[in-house]
Design a binder for this molecule. Structure first.
Ligand code: HEM
Length: 181
C-alpha cells in the first residue's frame, strides 16, 4: 500500500482524535515501519489493518465506518494531487465507470507498485451504474466513500447500495442510481 494512504490517514486521525491517539495506535500496532511513512514509499497492507483495528477499538467505530470517513477525506487529497485526472470528466457516472480503464491505469503509471482493486461494469446508463468491486484488501467501504464524494464533487446526488458477493468483502456489487434528475 502506498505511503500517501498512510500519511493522510495518520493526519486525519491526528485532526479528529489528537496526537496521543496517533502515538497510541502506532505503539499498539507493532509496525515494521515504526509508523514512519513517506508519501511515495510502499508499505505492507497489514500495517493499515493494524492501525485501523486499534483505532476502531479506541473509538468504538467499526473499521468500515472508519474507512468510509477516511475515503471521503482521501477524495480531496486525490482531487488536489491529480486534478487533471478528475477534470477530464463532467459527470460522476462517467468518472466512476472509468476507474478501471482510465483512472487507475494512470495511477499505475505513477506508482507501478500500487495495489489497486478491479471494477467490472455490469450495467451503465446515463443515470445508473452497476459494477463489481474485487480486491483481496476488501476496502469496499473506502470505495463507497470515494463514490459519495465523486457525486458531491459534481454537485449531484445518488443512492448507492451494495451487496457482498463474498462475505469477507473481497467481492462486492455496487448499484449506483442518480437521484436528482
Ligand atoms: C486505491 C488513486 C479514484 C477506488 C487507490 C490508491 C491510489 C488511488 C494511489 C492506493 C493504492 C495503493 O495503496 O497501493 C486514485 C486516483 C483517483 C482514484 C488518483 C482519481 C483521481 C478512485 C475512485 C474510486 C477508487 C473514484 C471509487 C470507487 C479505490 C479503492 C482503493 C483505491 C477502493 C483501495 C484499494 C483496494 O480496494 O484494493 N486509488 N483513485 N479510486 N482506489 Fe483509487
Amino acid at each position: 500500500m502506498k505511503g500517501i494512504v498512510f500519511t493522510e490517514f495518520l493526519e486525519l486521525v491526528e485532526d479528529k482524535f489528537g496526537l496521543e491517539v496517533v502515538d497510541k495506535i502506532i505503539q499498539q500496532s507493532n509496525l515494521p515501519s515504526q509508523g514512519v511513512y513517506t508519501a511515495i514509499g510502499t508499505y505492507d497492507f497489514s500495517e493499515m489493518l493494524g492501525l485501523l483495528k486499534h483505532l476502531s477499538e479506541h473509538t468504538q467505530l467499526s473499521i468500515d465506518d472508519l474507512l468510509l470517513v477516511y475515503a471521503e477525506h482521501f477524495f480531496s487529497v486525490l482531487a488536489g494531487s491529480y486534478p487533471g485526472l478528475i477534470e477530464k470528466y463532467n459527470d460522476p457516472i462517467e468518472l466512476l465507470s472509468s476507474i478501471e480503464n482510465h483512472i487507475h491505469v494512470e495511477v499505475r503509471k505513477i506508482y507501478p507498485d500500487a495495489e489497486l482493486p478491479t471494477f467490472e461494469v455490469l450495467e451503465k446508463t446515463d443515470t445508473k451504474l452497476v459494477m463489481i468491486y474485487k480486491s483481496s484488501r476488501a476496502m469496499y467501504s473506502f470505495g463507497l466513500g470515494l463514490m459519495n464524494k465523486t457525486f458531491e464533487h459534481f454537485d449531484t446526488t445518488a443512492k448507492i447500495t451494495f451487496e457482498k458477493l463474498k462475505s469477507d468483502g473481497t467481492e462486492v456489487k455496487f448499484s449506483i442510481v442518480k437521484t436528482n434528475e
